[in-house]
Design a protein around this ligand. Sequence first.
Ligand SMILES: NC(=O)c1ccc[n+]([C@@H]2O[C@H](COP(=O)([O-])OP(=O)(O)OC[C@H]3O[C@@H](n4cnc5c(N)ncnc54)[C@H](O)[C@@H]3O)[C@@H](O)[C@H]2O)c1
Length: 266
Amino acid sequence: MILVIGGAGYIGSHVVNRLVETERVVVYDNLSTGCREAVNEQAIFIEGELVDEKRLTQVFSLFPIKTVVHLAAASVEVESNENPQLYYENNVTAMLVLLKVMRAHHVKNIVYSSTALTSSPANEPLNEQSYIETTNPYARSKYFSEQILQDYTMAYKMNCIVLRYLNGSGTQIEDLVNAYSMALETVAKNERSFKIYNLGNGQDYSVKETKEKETITKSDSHIEDTPVFIASLQKIQQELGLYAEKNLQRLISDTWNGHQIKNFNF
Ligand SMILES: NC(=O)c1ccc[n+]([C@@H]2O[C@H](COP(=O)([O-])OP(=O)(O)OC[C@H]3O[C@@H](n4cnc5c(N)ncnc54)[C@H](O)[C@@H]3O)[C@@H](O)[C@H]2O)c1
C-alpha cells in the first residue's frame, strides 16, 4: 500500500490517478492548497496535518504502508521570504515527524519531491551535482530536507529517491507521473540507496519562441528576457529510462492549465 502525502494537490492528484491503476493508495492531505474533489475515488482519503504525529501514527497503524510519496509542501517562494517559519515548519519539521513515524513502523521507502536548487544561469545543462545556490527559505527548506533524507537513508538503511524539478516553467504532467512510477519501482527494489534525479524537459526555449505561443494563454504575458537554467536529464534517462517530450506548445498549455486549475479550484 502506498501513502501519498499531498495527494490532493496538483501533481499529487495526477500521481494518485496513475497509482490506483495498480496499487492500493491512501492520500493524506491537510487541504491547505489541495482539493478534496481532485482525489481519485479509488484512493482512501484522510484529512490530516503532516506535523501531527499522533494522527500520522494512526494512519501507519491502520494501513499496511510500504512506501511513502511525499509531495506536501508550502511552495511559494515570495511567501517564504515573508514567512520563513511557515516554510521551515511545514517542509522541514513535518519531514522529521514523517521520518520518525516511518521508522517506528519500519517503513523504508520514500519518494520525495524537491525543487530547483539554484538560480544561477549556466551555459551547460545542470546535473545533480551542479553548484547549489538556494536563494529563499522555500528552496532552503527543500535543500535541508534532501540532506535529512540522505542522512536517514544511510543511517537507517532506507530507500530514497528525490525528484528535483528543475525547469522553472514547469514540466509536462505526464512525464512527471511517469517519473514517479519509475521511482516507486526503483525504491521497491530495496537497494538501500539515496538517489537524486533531475526532472524537466532538458531543453531551454528562446523568448521569441515562447512569445510565439502566446495564443495558448490568450494574454499579453510581457515575457522578459531572463537568465535560464536547464536540467541535464542524462542520469534519469540512463538509470530509470525516462524520456521527456520536448514540445514547447504542450509545455506552455499544461503549465497554463495547471495554474488555471489551481486558481479556480484549489
Ligand atoms: N508544481 C511545480 O511546478 C513544482 C516545482 C518544484 C517542486 N514542486 C514540489 O512538488 C510538490 C507538489 O507540488 P504541487 O504543485 O502539486 O503543489 P500543491 O500545493 O498543489 O500540492 C501540495 C499538497 O500538499 C498539501 N499539504 C501542504 N502542506 C501540508 C501539510 N503540512 N500536511 C498535509 N498536507 C499538506 C496541500 O494541501 C496540497 O494538496 C511540492 O512539494 C512542491 O514543492 C512543485
